[in-house]
Design a binder for this molecule. Sequence first.
Ligand code: AKG
Ligand code: FE2
Length: 319
Amino acid sequence: MGEEISCETPLGLPIIDFSNKDLKQGTPEWDSVKIQVRKALQEFGCFEALVDEVPPELREAVFGALKELFDLPLETKMLNVSEKPYHGYLGVHPERSPLYESFGIEDPNIENVEGLSNILWPEGNLAFSKPIHYLAEQVLGLERMVRRMILESLSLEKYMEEHMDSNYYLLRLMKYKGPETTEAKLGLYGHTDKNIMTILYQNNDVHALQVRAKDGEWIHVKPSPRSFIVMIGDPLKAWLNGHMHSPFHRVMMKGNETRFSTGLFSIPKAGYTIKAPEELVDEQHPLLFKPFTYDEFLGFLYTEAGQTAECALTDYCGV
Ligand SMILES: O=C(O)CCC(=O)C(=O)O
Ligand SMILES: [Fe+2]
């Protein structure tokens, strides 16, 4: 009987509590969370981080700002340009991604967020820039904490400074339009992330993110209002010589409601070489990926072979 019930319980992501205010390096609380982080990232490459509280006013301000942003005329949104793919405005693509729009802000410090808001709204828009910048700062703190825990949990402290300095950040603001169907439609095609780590946050109860477990089962992610989804991308998996997983995931939308989400992406700096530390390579764990620079990997990603690969990283530099 008990077994039957557990069989019917849908698989969920591990949930890790980051709400303890004394979560400081060197404390027993830190060590306990660190062990959970390591386990979750080894098994799923992903977990739900519970933070103390996200004030409802902040949630409202952030997602109000996103609605205002995406409601701007297309010509205005297109003012956010970048020569790097996914770093500027990406409009809906009628065949490939009819529901999805996104907006990138590289290095989302206050100057850059305000700078962008001044481009979009001639008088500036503090109702946009303040909450978006505040959210980015909070998520950045969590991102750096998780990466410190990963390195510590694998006894890689000696690489800490170099690793923490190897990336820049991109904040992406995302909108998925409801397809107005009862049957689920693709909001964002299945992929593994091509950056170091991603932290996602979503607005309401339009639960559409799905993460594929190692056994192939799709986990339907249902974050609470104080949850952030932490996920590992391919370059970090390569640097960790496969000791942690980078999960395949997608967004499936149904119904009428719009879903907004934000993602903070840590991305290797151009020219940075991703090479697994010798401590993670031995007879039981042979080197999985040849050292590569991130820009060369990106170059491959935009070729036909890179676009169609199930696992671009393996095709590009798998040993
Ligand atoms: O919107 C989401 O929750 C997922 C977005 C995502 O996977 C991505 O941008 O890489
Ligand atoms: Fe993703």
